[in-house]
Design a protein around this ligand. Sequence first.
Ligand SMILES: *Cc1c(COP(=O)(O)O)cnc(C)c1O
Length: 360
Amino acid sequence: MSRVYNFSAGPAVLPEEVLREAAEEMTDYRGSGMSVMEMSHRSKVYDTIIKEAEQDLRDLMQIPDNYKVLFLQGGASQQFAMIPMNLMKHKKAGYIVTGQWAKKAYQEAQLYGEAVKLASSEDKTFSYIPDCRNLDIPDDLDYVYICENNTIYGTKYRELPDTKGHTLVADVSSCFLSEPVDVKKYGVIFGGVQKNIGPAGVVIVIIREDLITEDVLAGTPTMLRYKTHADNDSLYNTPPCYGIYICGKVFQWLKRAGGLTAMQERNRRKAGILYDYLDASGLFSGTVVPGDRSLMNVPFVTGNEELDAKFVKEAAAAGFVNLKGHRTVGGMRASIYNAMPVEGVEKLVEFMKKFEEENV
Ligand SMILES: *Cc1c(COP(=O)(O)O)cnc(C)c1O
């Protein structure tokens, strides 16, 4: 069996150790005589799986007791609607538009009330994070929304915006568990797990309890109310059982690896190897303002589309796959999530150096 270095933005690389464990348990989960895919979500065995997953996530992120952890479906995109449906009590919320996912959330919110664009970086193809230290924020907003790491453009907030007391809601899909976070600073943290945690089909929502109420927009379906899922410990209906099981294995892997502080150090080291080379290279260059660079998604270009295409093709042939940039940005993008080994980035840089020598 040979595995490639997979730089996909999502669904993305998972720890090989986790995949091997899952393979071993595939047909008989720990003496139950069945696969996790085949068991009732109300069984004792599964109850232990989901409860341990939640506890491990709580330990990793040091989630305070007054926050609920929900394992839901519908992807991060479903949250673009669920958030206004549940939180827009006064039908007005602020959005900071730093990329395509933030823009989609901002547009979705307009279906439910007034979405105020507090800041945007669209003027420069989302290549930076706007200064959010003193935004003009109306008093009557229900919340302020951000996308903390912009998967497509490769930017990340250095510091959280000053919301002037308003609830902060953050989409962390592509930086989930990549570094320690202070959960208390947020009202809601959510993310699809297929970027940095597990298989597509699960979205994790961490939400402060006082935000979970019956007072939701008229017509909000039962399934789209946070209260429904919070009251039933994510088991109101059949959850994405197998996906949650894999997420649980990744949480265990993270704990064994030393938790989020160790992960942050490793991620800084990995990203540093790539950014240092991009800054020194005469052929490749990064597309993001240096201070706003993401540790997870690294877009870069040669400045010549034909050469970009040649690079992507030759890289794939050498075992470095999914390096083509998003269709709206072009060029290349290396997503180097938690599960990408340091060695993968080192070897990619070696390959880039060789390509540079051959093509200048
Ligand atoms: C991938 C991504 C999404 C969309 O996730 P889905 O699960 O496909 O809905 C939303 N936000 C961010 C930041 C993403 O990276």
